[in-house]
Design a protein around this ligand. Structure first.
Ligand SMILES: O=c1ccn([C@@H]2O[C@H](COP(=O)(O)OP(=O)(O)O[C@H]3O[C@H](CO)[C@@H](O)[C@H](O)[C@H]3O)[C@@H](O)[C@H]2O)c(=O)[nH]1
Ligand SMILES: [Mn+2]
Length: 759
């Protein structure tokens, strides 16, 4: 069923499609009623228990799971999708009236984020199907690396060949490393001209690749000329601002290259630089004074544009909504190239599809940090129906909010009032270098609203979620859209330790959100965040807290077997059907949901299994880390995720080992190993106990099949850790981790034995 057509003569540029969702809703309600029945059963039978402790703990955990299930149901209740029609754009608007877009690419470390990856992202963006005079690409380099700057110069030279080639032959994949790794196009039916140009491009790209590779091996990438002088003796965490206009479209011709600007913002150990959020705010300001486009696209350095029409899809939404309030930002999905088969580490997030579609029926998708078009005025703090929106801010207020730069204040006033649409009349970026350097200074933000009310928000290592939340909190809606082919593709972690680091940062950041003044519940009470949207934000922010009930529940079956008690109804009781029903229906439903997305059974299992493992390892760790931060004892850090140029470029040179778990000394896996050891101990002692029961007539086995089944299930979830206990080299869990975990497991078993006498 489609929503009401627009009352205009021309067909719509975008449409919201509501997807029928009756069966999933019914199943979810069944699961909910079973969960509630289980809680009721527990309360009623509480007094009949010999052991109160496991029963009470199970009741508490299941209450949490029920509450969480309601949050999930709320998030997925109505499924919507937005469809765009870029082919209709030109019927509506003249190309010269397309809004300008400032493109932000962030990179932070040329080693963790190899330059060639960043440069391919840059190339793919310079080559998109959009008038080049409407675009400016800003590369923010938090690594302050001359190599990145050198690579950008060389890449821009190559782009002068590459971009016309892509446009002329309508190439679909415009990141050369991907294009040339595809099967070469069959040349038989191609013109000789194409064949020659293809060969030439391939050679040119190989040259670029080699230049960057050779430069990366030197202490300084090239001869120091005047351009590179500024990089002499800089330290990445202590240096002045460096801004270089690498290429300028002086004549503003639609077919030339977009402006290309390199930025390395000032850093000083005395000033907190706020990681990516800080970089984004500098990008917003520098681009504000230089080009001030009404839209900004932000991508991580590894997210290349895989669909050259992505800007046109975005414009369908920018121009296609009658009320701009319906479209504060446009989020395209985060998808990955060369992703590990079947998602062994559970990092690819495909199962969040239904949540994203569910959000589309509320206030719209989360902002997820990359692949997102923002309206500049929304980033500048504009709320619906307020003075900021109408641009009625006096100069004093502008000063307070945006800082002392006159150029910044003027450009902000223009952006807020919407009068920046015609950027052609501005000077070229290079005429604003001084103003740009001023606003990129590390003390510029003091006493202003940057990071608090405007720009990217500070206070969480998932600045994306916090920033999106603050936008929704001001009443705006957002749009999520998945055109074909997938608009952006990036890297997902290819080793387990990298996945752990990423997951830890997410969990810390999500939990931090709850302790800011943007707590979703506060924003519903005091702001304009919709209640249901707030519940979805709660669902997300509570990920780390979830670790506590999950770990308790995973310990319960072991506890019961060791202490010969139970936390599930006996198999002979009809109430046994309740937990069994939940397990069976939930499992089948999960499989069916993912089947509909074309996901294999194996991948479903990996996602399920890693859901448990991640909750009990990295998420658990996030809780004390955030607590320590709240107590003011330390700061949280943004650790950059390592990107691999190609899956097989790591130290494993064959794909047989791709996706195999490797381990480092990270303490994060300890709780997982403990849970595994405890459950294995329980199973062994349980089975041997069963064997012995006959000989000890007065000792009746109380725990039942349910407990044993759960214990086996938990052990299966940690199967990779079990392999790690016996693995060699990097495939083995380090012995120090095993010893520590063993000790803790032993302690747990002893405590179980003792405690069973007390409860
Ligand atoms: O001090 C910093 C740290 C990071 N970055 C950049 O931030 C981006 C994202 O970092 P990455 O390590 O790739 O994080 P991921 O976990 O892969 O990123 C996801 O999660 C982040 C929030 O945790 C979001 O910011 C990202 O957009 C989102 O893709 C990269 O381009 C980095 O270069 C900086 O510019 N400065
Ligand atoms: Mn990333």
């Amino acid at each position: 069923m489609a929503t009401k057509p627009r009352h205009s003569a021309s067909p719509p540029l975008q449409e919201k499609i509501v997807i029928k969702n009756t069966v999933p809703r019914a199943i979810e309600l069944v699961i909910l009623s079973l969960l509630v029945s289980l809680l009721v059963y527990r309360v009623i039978t509480f007094k009949d228990q010999n052991h109160y402790f496991p029963w009470l703990l199970a009741l508490l955990c299941e209450s949490w799971f029920t509450f969480y299930w309601i949050l999930v149901m709320n998030a997925k209740w109505t499924q919507c999708m937005t469809k765009t029609y870029p082919e209709r754009l030109l019927e509506r608007v003249n190309e010269s009236e397309f809004p300008a877009v400032d493109i932000f690419v962030t990179t932070a470390d040329p080693i963790l984020e190899p330059c060639i990856i960043t440069m391919n992202t840059v190339l793919s963006l310079l080559a998109v199907d959009y008038p080049a005079n409407k675009l400016a690409l800003y590369l923010s380099d938090d690594g302050c690396s001359p190599l990145t700057f050198y690579s950008l110069i060389e890449t821009t030279k190559f782009a002068k060949l590459w971009v016309p080639f892509c446009r002329k032959h309508n190439i679909q994949v415009r990141a050369p490393f991907r294009y040339f790794s595809l099967k070469p196009p069959s040349m038989k039916d191609k013109l000789l001209e194409f064949q020659q140009e293809w060969e030439k491009m391939k050679n040119e790209y190989e040259n670029l690749y080699k230049k960057i590779e050779i430069a990366a091996q030197k202490t300084f990438p090239c001869d120091r000329d005047s351009d590179f002088d500024v990089f002499a003796d800089v330290h990445r965490s202590n240096h002045p601002t460096i801004i270089k206009v690498v290429s300028e479209n002086k004549e503003a011709t639609p077919n030339y290259l977009p402006n290309v600007i390199y930025i390395s913002r000032e850093k000083n150990p005395k000033h907190h630089h706020h990681y990516k959020a800080g970089a984004m705010n500098v990008l917003a300001r520098v681009s504000g004074v230089m080009t001030n486009a009404p839209l900004m696209l932000n991508v991580d350095c590894d997210m290349y544009a895989n669909n050259p029409q992505v800007f046109l899809h975005a414009m369908c939404m920018v121009l296609g909504f009658k009320n701009e309030e319906d479209c504060a930002f446009i989020q395209f999905p985060q998808a990955f190239y060369d992703a590990l088969k079947d998602d062994p580490f559970g990092t690819q997030m495909v199962h969040l599809f239904y949540i994203a579609n569910g959000l589309s029926s509320i206030q719209g998708a989360f902002y997820s940090g990359s692949n997102c078009f923002h309206r500049r005025k929304v980033i500048y703090g504009s709320s619906l129906n307020d003075a900021i929106k109408t641009g009625n801010m006096d100069s004093e207020n502008l000063h307070k909010m945006f800082g002392k730069s006159i150029e910044m204040r003027e450009s902000a006033a223009q952006a807020l009032s919407g009068s920046n649409a015609k950027i052609e009349n501005r000077g070229t970026p290079s005429s604003f270098i001084e103003a740009a350097i001023q606003v990129a200074g590390c003390s510029y933000e003091y006493g202003t609203s940057w990071g608090k009310q405007i720009g990217w928000m500070y206070g969480s290592t998932t600045e994306d979620i916090l920033t999106g939340l603050s936008i929704h909190g001001r009443g705006w809606k957002s749009v999520f859209c998945i055109p074909e082919p997938t608009p952006f593709l990036g890297c997902s972690p290819v080793t387990y330790p990298v996945a752990l680091t990423q997951q830890k940062r997410w969990a810390i950041g999500l939990l931090e959100v709850l302790f800011t003044n943007k707590n979703p519940l506060l924003l519903t009470l005091n702001g304009k965040l919709w209640f249901r949207q707030a519940l979805v934000y709660m669902w997300l922010s509570l990920w780390p807290i979830r670790s506590v009930p999950e770990i308790c529940y995973a310990g319960l079956p072991a506890y019961c077997i060791i202490t010969n008690s139970r936390f599930l109804p006996k198999i002979s009781e009809s109430a046994f059907l309740i937990p069994m029903g939940i397990f069976v229906i939930y499992t089948l439903y999960g499989i069916w949901e993912l089947k509909r997305l074309g996901i294999s059974l194996r991948m479903w299992w990996n996602i399920q299994r890693m859901g448990r493992v991640t909750a009990m390892t990295t998420w658990l760790f996030a809780c004390p880390i955030v607590l320590i931060k709240l107590l003011g004892l330390s700061q949280t850090v943004f650790e950059v995720t390592r990107k691999e140029e190609s899956l097989f470029n790591g130290d494993d040179n064959d794909d047989a080992n791709a996706g195999r778990f490797t381990y480092d000394k990270s303490p994060m896996i300890i709780p997982g190993v403990v849970i595994l050891l405890v459950n294995l101990t329980a199973l062994v002692s349980g089975v041997s106990g069963l064997v012995n029961v006959g000989s000890r007539e007065n000792r009746k086995t109380i725990f039942g099949l349910g407990e044993v089944f759960c214990s086996v299930f938990v052990s299966l979830c940690f199967w990779q850790f079990l392999k790690g206990l016996f693995g060699n080299g990097k495939y083995g869990i380090p012995s120090s981790t095993i010893w520590k975990s063993g000790g803790l497991a032993l302690l747990f078993v002893q405590l179980c034995r003792r405690s069973s006498q007390w409860f």
